[in-house]
Design a protein around this ligand. Structure first.
Ligand SMILES: O=C(O)CCC(=O)C(=O)O
Length: 286
């Protein structure tokens, strides 16, 4: 008989989410082993979390999903947070997926400066396809650009603010992406995490592992439309200059489905930060 193992809530949640996402017990055992867990201990933990007889658990090698050893963000707590000398308000919280609306994350001046720095470098925005390639996509009709990590003092300051706010080192972030939408332009419903069943999964997660959270920062207030919709929650976050929506999606949480709604009048500018479970090295796109 195995001694009863203490399982952290995060690990318990990861085991449940990973198996619910369709990954078999052998795969989960392999991932736990890669993360340094003793196989015997892993089998006990799985048996306990999944309420399975211990004898039913055997190990093989296949599949890959985000590993439990990676870092997870801390979700900002209402009503107010002060980080790196900057105070912001948490005006809305959802528990599943963890989602926060953040007011005053960026100052008016920071928003205006980001727009002006990005403007001359805009190109048709791309998405990442199932093979891990960046491609032009009808679902995403905006223009965009990426800053490299810490490319400019302003970019570095915002990255440090987010790092302090979410308890994730700036090195876990992908380069800040700026997007510009004109009337009629939108970003259709999608997930930001990578699907482990897709052929490009290994390549796209080789640096940094899985994405674990996103922060969409609004750099202006569109005259009409352009909110960020979360259809599974029946929630639309209004795009307002300086505010942001933060959401996390451990284990490929399908309730994190979201869309940039069409801009109906005026324009929309956002800065998006995607966070990885491990340090991420920026790779120039072909
Ligand atoms: O434009 C928006 O409001 C959402 C942007 C988005 O979904 C993304 O960049 O992943």
């Amino acid at each position: 008989m195995h001694p009863r193992t203490t399982i952290s809530p995060a690990l318990r949640e990861w085991i449940l989410a990973t198996t619910r996402a369709g990954h078999g017990v052998p795969e989960v055992l392999r991932l736990l082993k890669e993360s340094g867990y003793d196989p015997r201990q892993s089998r006990s933990m799985l048996a306990e979390v999944l309420k399975l007889p211990l004898a039913a658990l055997t190990a093989t090698t296949s599949g890959a999903v985000g590993l439990p050893g990676g870092l997870r963000p801390t979700h900002p707590r209402p009503p107010e947070v002060t980080v790196a000398g900057h105070t912001l308000q948490v005006s809305l919280s959802v528990e599943a997926p963890p989602l926060r609306v953040l007011e005053g994350l960026l100052s008016e001046h920071e928003c205006a400066e980001l727009i002006e720095l990005a403007r001359p470098r805009l190109q048709r925005a791309r998405t990442v396809d199932s093979e891990g390639r960046h491609q032009v996509d009808q679902r995403r009709t905006s223009e965009g650009m990426f800053f490299a990590l810490d490319e400019l003092p302003l970019v570095g300051r915002i990255e440090q603010r987010l790092a302090a706010l979410l308890g994730m080192p700036a090195s876990h972030g992908e380069g800040l992406q700026i997007l510009h939408y004109l009337p009629g332009q939108e970003y259709e419903p999608h997930f930001d995490w990578f699907d482990a069943q897709q052929p490009g999964y290994a390549a796209i997660t080789a640096a940094g592992g899985q994405r674990v959270a996103s922060v969409v920062m609004y750099l202006n207030t569109p005259a009409e439309g352009g909110g960020t919709a979360f259809p599974a929650l029946g929630l639309t976050v209004t795009a307002r200059r300086g505010s942001a929506v933060y959401f996390a999606y451990e284990g490929g949480d399908r309730s994190s489905l979201h869309a940039g709604l069409p801009v109906l009048a005026g324009e929309k500018w956002i800065a998006t930060k995607w966070l990885r479970e491990r340090p991420y090295r920026y790779q120039a796109q072909a």
